[in-house]
Design a protein around this ligand. Structure first.
Ligand code: SAH
Length: 326
């Protein structure tokens, strides 16, 4: 099967998928994300969203969507930080897009005091039947969506697949399927080219909704802008692991190619960024907040170039509004 189908099963299979069966975060889990490092992250994203809402003219109602909300920490911090912004909570229809029943339960517990709804995709009736502006947040969501890989062999890009080899083990192979004229880059023998049609479709859908209803979507993830290379990785117990060793037990992700997302959205919305997470959070005032909370360590982790400040990037899609941070 293609890498995309393999990733979708490894992460989302109803019984054995990685996200379906566990809470992957924190010290006892496999990885730690920005909102789990410090409350500052969710607070600043909440204020970013409230600023967008004010710039939109404080609409009476808006759909406040988070994709892949994990433990619900980001949304809880965002809502706490914006409690005193008059009218913001009353206007927010909160919708969480989450695939994992285990994490959905955690989100429910953490956000008990708010009125929250769950959706499985942007074409859910709750979103589609609404005509309000939207503000969407997604941290480390796009990297979990399936990607395809193509390998340059004897002058052509051929699809990289996962197969069961003669020993009965999972292994990488290359199929007969070739990629045609849509890949304009040439490579050297064995180079790997990645693309993520599911990811492109998702941001394209978001852009179309933004275009017709106004608002902004903020995507933060680790990634790059263009280029070749294999970024598929498995992470277990805070360490990289061989991709095919612990299927359904290790997290599987890939780097987000932000440049590749732009063509899918540029006709509908204005794109801001990507900029480094460090620069983005600095512009939102993380330094001042860190001083107040005495969180020098967390500030360093979230913003330093050698930590999450540069590899992680923020990109916003906007219609009718210019967001802070870029
Ligand atoms: N944003 C959180 C969690 C990041 S992990 C944080 O920063 O801590 C990725 C999240 O996306 C998890 O909540 C996972 O269950 C969810 N997810 C992965 N694939 C998804 C899909 N196809 N649809 C909805 N949610 C998905």
């Amino acid at each position: 099967m293609g890498i995309g189908a393999f990733m979708a099963l490894a992460l989302g299979h109803p019984e054995f998928g990685y996200y379906m069966t566990r809470d992957p975060f924190g010290r006892g889990g496999d990885f730690t994300t920005a909102p789990e490092i410090s409350q500052m992250f969710g607070e600043l994203l909440g204020l970013w969203a409230a600023d967008v809402w004010m710039k939109l003219g404080r609409p009476e109602k808006f759909d406040f969507i988070e994709c892949g909300p994990g433990r619900g920490t980001l949304m809880a911090d965002a809502l706490r930080a914006t409690k005193k912004i008059e009218g913001f909570h009353a206007a927010a229809n909160i919708a969480l897009m989450e695939i994992s029943p285990v994490l959905q339960e955690k989100q429910e517990a953490v956000l008990r005091e708010y009125n929250v709804q769950w959706i499985d995709d942007l074409d859910h009736p709750i979103i589609q039947s609404s005509h309000y502006p939207i503000i969407l947040l997604a941290n480390e969501f796009l990297d979990a969506l399936p990607l395809e890989q193509w390998q340059f062999i004897d002058g052509a890009w051929r699809e990289r697949v996962v197969e069961v080899n003669a020993q009965g083990l999972l292994s990488f192979a290359v199929s007969e399927k070739r990629r045609g004229a849509e890949v304009h880059i040439t490579g050297r023998q064995d180079d790997i080219f990645e693309c993520a049609p599911v990811r492109e479709k998702f941001v394209g859908d978001a852009a179309r909704i933004l275009k017709s209803r106004r608002g902004a979507a903020l995507f933060i993830d680790y990634g790059h802008e263009g280029g070749l290379g294999d970024t598929l990785q498995a992470v277990k117990n805070h360490k990289f692991a061989p991709v095919l060793d612990d299927v359904g037990i290790a997290d599987l992700t890939s780097h987000v190619d932000f440049a590749a997302l732009k063509p899918a959205v540029q006709e509908q919305v204005t794109v801001f960024g990507p900029v480094g997470q460090g620069a983005f959070l600095e512009r939102l005032g993380i330094r001042e907040r860190a001083q107040k909370l005495n969180q020098a360590m967390a500030l360093e982790r979230l913003t330093a170039a050698a930590q999450m400040g540069r590899l992680f990037k923020a990109m916003a899609l906007c219609h009718d509004v210019t967001p802070e941070g870029f």
